[in-house]
Write a new protein. Structure first.
Ligand code: GTP
Ligand code: MG
Length: 136
């Protein structure tokens, strides 16, 4: 089956929402194929977010992602890449639809970067690249 990388970001772990987020992934019918708690290095995050290098939110994004532990999940299922993006909701928690992880649980703190609880790979190419980084 298709696979994707899901991250519970430091805000999700700190707010004790890991279980709730995993529950939603499993309730949708996706399999948790692998799971680990990670304290990532700056190098790993720089590779993960290489596409955003140079953008105004890049440094705040790395600082945020370095601020605590992250839960990395290898999830599998039919069309899981698109399906998890749908479960997560849009990037900004304020406008993310109710019913989504970010819409139901995300808060807009007015910070330099969106603390939006989760990451999900956005294409088959990203999923392959990101799974290799986080589950080396
Ligand atoms: P990920 O699943 O984390 O990759 O989120 P995404 O695909 O919805 O967003 P994207 O890849 O475009 O950006 C990565 C992360 O950078 C987002 O999740 C936010 O934390 C942050 N971010 C992206 N765009 C903006 C922005 O315009 N302003 C701010 N403040 N943060 C942003
Ligand atoms: Mg993205």
């Amino acid at each position: 089956a298709e696979e994707t990388l899901i991250l519970v970001k430091p805000d999700g772990v700190a707010r004790n929402l890991t279980g709730e987020i995993l529950r939603r992934i499993e309730a949708k019918g996706y399999q948790i194929a692998d799971l680990r708690m990670v304290t990532p290095s700056r190098e790993l995050l720089a590779e993960h977010y290489a596409e955003h290098e140079g953008k105004p939110f890049y440094e705040p994004l790395l600082e945020f992602m370095l601020s605590g532990r992250i839960v990395a999940v290898r999830a599998s299922g039919n069309r899981v890449i698109e399906g998890f993006r749908s479960l997560a909701g849009t990037t900004d928690p304020t406008t993310a639809a109710p019913g989504t992880i970010r819409g139901d649980l995300g808060r807009d703190w007015g910070l330099a970067v969106q603390q939006n609880l989760v990451h999900g790979s956005d294409s088959t190419e990203s999923a392959e690249r990101e799974l290799a980084l986080w589950f080396a």
